[in-house]
Design a protein around this ligand. Structure first.
Ligand code: HEM
Length: 511
């Protein structure tokens, strides 16, 4: 066997790469206990890439390996009852965005007088803590988005929600707001609920929605299906890192096979994402569902959400997204956390890191826009964030090997480019999704059916002609106010820039 072993060219992430920066989110102080981490990343550690330490399951990837808890027992049942009351049982039966009816006023008054339930006994079980974070963050968003628009700001979040969520969130390493973990990772049941989720027993049902619409359920379930397809991508990445550790000719040939397999799997994730077009009504998504996701950071002048009944020291531990400039200026803002986005999924971040797609900001980029992916790390469970850090620090990373052998092993370089091309295709499919679900919807008025559900029209009211609004793609803003399409295009272009050979074919342009 010919050895083509290291020394490889020294590898380090470019300075300023979002993964070289320490996480600013202050979670609990548990660091991953792998041999690699304990040896400062020096010991070869290929086995731990899918590890319980990181809550990454070899079979289910970033989805929990055990069944999600469907309901909290006593004494936390009171939160579940409040959630039942908010959701109702059918479309149009739950609380309405913007509130205003006696139903919402009464519900919010109930939350304001609800007892603060102790969470200590809850903290012994990961499953219960995940469900508690999910339930409390749905309650939080129901409360915030049924509050009248003239309610004093920062919006006061009652102690009955604020205190327990601020106790539970740091234990999971999550912020005290609705995250992708709540809407997707902790919120599904597979087709056969008592068997473990897998590609043959895929996520089928969502446990909690705001609207009881099939569209909302499918939005969460299809995202979870992307994650289960991603578990296979993670397995292939782990096998590739094993081959990189061996590093001989046979290993390089195997590596090329794995990279071609990875390309197929990334395409699979992209196709599942694209299937949202068949299963989700874009109008329902844009007008009925998406507004519930808004966080306390809604718009430049937002004063955020103030968590009541919590001494400042308690809040400080979870105040990563707090605007420190305001504190200096003495402006009283609440928490400025963003709402959920699939940009918080660790899966695409992991593929980016493995293939070394560099999303670090260039000098001319607006800071807010450039730091989106970095900020999204703060919205992942601590264990997944640690996993990504571990992957970024891996002692035998992929790209230096590919560039080192690009001339002598052209098939390997071609396989690497194939994986990047698949990732570019994923991003272009995703851009089409954003175009259908956001851009096109922002340009037209909601239909009568949607307006009745929103409470802005009565049933049977005169149909108005659709008015196309002049919304330009450049003006549109994403989570936390970043310029949407500049950002998405840049992510796509960063992907093609990593290729060894020049990318082929036309690029997708958003209109
Ligand atoms: C209806 C479906 C979807 C919509 C409307 C949507 C919308 C968006 C938007 C507006 C952004 C820009 C950042 C932000 O404002 O949050 C974004 C970013 C992102 N989304 Fe989605 N998304 C959808 C589904 C998905 C799915 C299923 C995945 C993953 C499997 C995904 C992965 C990402 C990633 C990784 C980013 C960061 C940008 C990048 O890396 O290219 N999205 N999404």
């Amino acid at each position: 066997m010919t050895s083509v072993a290291p020394p490889y060219p020294p590898f380090s992430l470019p300075s300023g790469h979002f993964l070289s920066l320490p996480p600013s989110y202050a979670g609990p102080s548990t660091s991953p206990s792998t041999s690699s981490a304990q040896s400062g990343g020096l010991a070869p550690n290929t086995a731990s890439l899918a590890s319980a330490d990181f809550e990454v399951d070899v079979r289910t990837g970033f989805l929990p390996g055990s069944k999600n808890v469907e309901r909290l027992p006593q004494p936390w049942e009171i939160w579940e009852e409040a959630l039942d009351a908010a959701r109702g049982t059918a479309v149009g039966d739950g609380l309405r965005l913007g509130g205003g009816r006696p139903k919402e006023v009464l519900w919010r008054a109930g939350i304001e007088v609800m007892a603060v339930v102790d969470t200590e006994a809850l903290q012994t079980s990961m499953g219960l803590m995940r469900r508690a974070h999910l339930v409390l963050s749905f309650l939080l968003h129901f409360y915030a988005h049924t509050s009248p628009s003239d309610a004093p700001r920062p919006l006061a979040i009652p102690a009955s929600i604020a205190i327990p969520i601020l106790q539970i969130a740091p234990k999971l390493g999550l912020p005290p707001i609705l995250t992708y973990s709540d809407t997707v990772l902790y919120n599904f049941l597979p087709s056969r609920p008592d068997a473990s989720v897998s590609i043959v027993n895929p996520p089928e049902r969502a446990l909690v929605t705001f609207t009881n619409t099939r569209s909302e359920e499918q939005f969460y379930v299809i995202s979870a299906q992307c994650e289960i397809a991603g578990a296979e991508a993670l397995r292939i990445m782990r096998q590739s890192l094993d081959e990189l550790f061996v590093g001989d000719d046979l290993a390089l040939r195997r590596l090329a096979v794995y990279l071609r397999k990875l390309a197929k799997q990334i395409d699979r994730v992209g196709d599942i994402t694209l299937s949202m077009i068949q299963h989700i009504d874009p109008e329902e998504f844009y007008h009925l569902i998406r507004p519930w996701f808004k966080g306390g950071d809604d718009g430049p002048g937002s004063l955020g959400w103030a968590f009541m009944g919590v001494p400042d020291e308690g809040v400080a531990a979870v105040a990563a997204a707090e605007n420190t400039a305001d504190r200096a200026e003495g402006v009283k803002r609440g928490k400025l956390f963003s709402g959920p986005s699939a940009g918080q999924s660790s899966l695409i971040h992991a593929i980016d890191i493995f293939l070394t797609v560099d999303h670090s900001p260039s000098a001319d980029e607006v800071q807010n826009e450039a730091s989106f992916l970095q900020r999204m790390l703060e919205y992942m469970p601590l264990a997944h964030r640690s996993f990504l850090g571990h992957l970024a620090d891996h002692p035998t990373p992929l790209r230096p090997v590919i560039t080192h052998y690009a001339k002598t092993h052209p098939k390997l370089a071609a396989a690497y480019d194939l994986a990047l091309d698949a990732l570019k295709r994923f991003r272009e499919k995703h851009m089409r999704i954003v175009s259908v679900f956001i851009v096109q919807q922002a340009r037209r008025q909601p239909s009568d059916r949607i307006r009745v559900l929103l409470g802005t029209a009565e049933e049977g009211e005169e149909v108005e002609v659709e008015v196309v609004q002049a919304v330009s793609v450049e003006e549109m803003r994403g989570t936390g106010g970043s310029p949407l399409f500049k950002f998405l295009k840049r992510c796509r272009d960063n992907t093609t820039r990593a290729m060894i050979a020049a990318p082929k074919g036309p690029v997708y342009e958003l209109k």
